[in-house]
Write a protein that binds this ligand. Structure first.
Ligand SMILES: [Mg+2]
Length: 425
């Protein structure tokens, strides 16, 4: 009988560098002579929300522009002060989505067990040692070279024993010239634990609490806090944070993550300035809810769980809270009061820079909801009529009057896709 070496699973995270900016550079013939994966010959280029307005925000910048101090979320005015010869282009979200889909397909060819994590990141996993994957770093190098050859886009790849460590390995790959880091078990204490607590991926604003309340300067400090104390402070998150700090993560690869839109619908918008009154935030919430409900109705569905996510100014934190109802709906009149109560309960006056509304736990809308209180049939007909008007004459042909207030984003958003200008589709 042949005995095989014990096989374990290696997790990887591949992340495109400066994705939007890289797509732009790659698509412009004037930059076609960039031939080497590892040379730094990129032009000084940034993608900005609205190149005509210096108050617009930088969405992405090439590595060379970043070296000169340009960062994402900086205003265009600031970026141009640092780099007066910066080439500024308008985002083309449709184009980036298309490139993203093509790259995901390549990742999947190299690593069949793959999960899209964001527009420019995906997780993958493979058995090691195995006949197909005898050399993890070599496999990662092949993928990185392939993405460069086909798209002229650079990526970084982190490899480790679980998803959280792969994400951290990917961060470490930033300072590795070949863009790949394979983090081994013994590297946790040497390379992860000394990092500042703010570098701990996924904990977001909780890092501040870890530093201030638990006096943790590093991830290693978090690892030695008793798990019970963390649970007392953060609830179930306490357990997750403790496990991450100790290099543990049991979350699986979810190959169906891209099917998530079918499981629920959401809309998010970044605001042109911080909103700090409940009335203003509520206007944007209603606009987004209208869009979500429209899509859910058009899909012939209704949802039972409605969610609100707010991102604070400086993209420094925020929250997501959802409420599961005891009925299904695709009507703002049912769902808006629930969202307002979430806002009342969880928002404490922080300046808000982005709003997201979601509706999930869907079911087919033919399944009849019995209501003793009111006639839902008439409301459905009204909603369908409004949807038909929107389909025929456009979404700005009929809208709520609040969208004409200063807080309203609908008219601006109607020009955009994913919060950015539509560009080439
Ligand atoms: Mg990226």
């Amino acid at each position: 009988m042949e005995v095989f070496a014990l096989t374990r699973i290696i997790y990887g995270l591949v992340d495109m560098q400066s994705f939007f900016a890289s797509c732009e550079v790659a698509s412009r013939p004037e930059y076609a002579k960039r031939e080497e994966l590892d040379s730094e010959t990129d032009p000084l280029l940034a993608v900005a929300g609205d190149p005509e307005r210096r108050s617009g925000i930088v969405l992405a910048a090439t590595a060379t522009a970043k070296q000169r101090g340009v960062t994402t979320a900086m205003t265009l005015g600031e970026a141009l002060r640092l780099v007066p010869d910066l080439v500024v282009v308008r985002p083309q979200m449709g184009f980036y989505l298309h490139v993203s889909t093509c790259i995901q397909a390549i990742v999947q060819q190299y690593f069949p067990l793959q999960e899209q994590f964001s527009i420019d990141e995906s997780f993958f996993a493979f058995p090691y040692p195995s006949v197909l994957f005898p050399d993890p770093v070599g496999a990662a190098q092949n993928l990185r070279q392939k993405i460069w050859d086909m798209f002229k886009i650079r990526c970084r790849i982190g490899l480790a024993d679980n998803k959280w460590l792969a994400k951290m390995a990917n961060k470490l790959a930033k300072s590795n010239p070949d863009g790949i880091v394979w983090l081994q078990k013994e590297d946790i204490s040497r390379r992860i634990h000394p990092l500042p607590v703010e570098e701990m991926w996924g904990v977001r604003k909780r890092a501040k609490v870890l530093r201030e309340t638990f006096h943790c300067d590093t991830i290693g400090d978090v690892a030695s806090v008793p798990v019970g104390s963390l649970k007392q402070q953060f609830g179930v998150w306490g357990d997750v944070i403790w496990r991450w700090a100790n290099g543990q993560d049991h979350s699986p690869i979810n190959p169906n993550s891209t099917e998530a839109p079918h499981k629920g619908y959401s809309h998010r918008t970044t605001l042109p300035r911080d909103f700090d009154t409940k009335a203003d935030i509520a206007v944007v919430m209603l606009e987004l809810l209208d869009e979500v409900c429209y899509r859910v109705r058009r899909a012939g569905q209704k949802g039972r769980r409605v969610g609100l996510a707010l991102t604070y100014g400086g993209f420094s934190g925020g929250f997501y809270r959802a409420k599961t109802l005891d009925f299904c709906s695709n009507q703002p009149v049912d769902l808006y009061p629930v969202l307002l109560s979430l806002l009342d309960k969880w928002w404490h006056g922080e300046p808000v820079r982005a709003v997201s509304i979601s509706l999930d736990m869907l079911q087919k809308s033919e399944s009849i909801q019995l209501s003793l209180i009111e006639d839902r049939g008439k409301r459905d007909v009204l909603a369908r009529t409004i949807d038909d008007i929107h389909d025929t004459y456009g979404e700005t042909s009929l809208f709520r009057a609040v969208s004409l207030t200063n807080a309203g984003q609908l008219l601006d958003r109607s020009q955009k896709i994913g919060g950015h200008s539509k560009g080439d589709m």
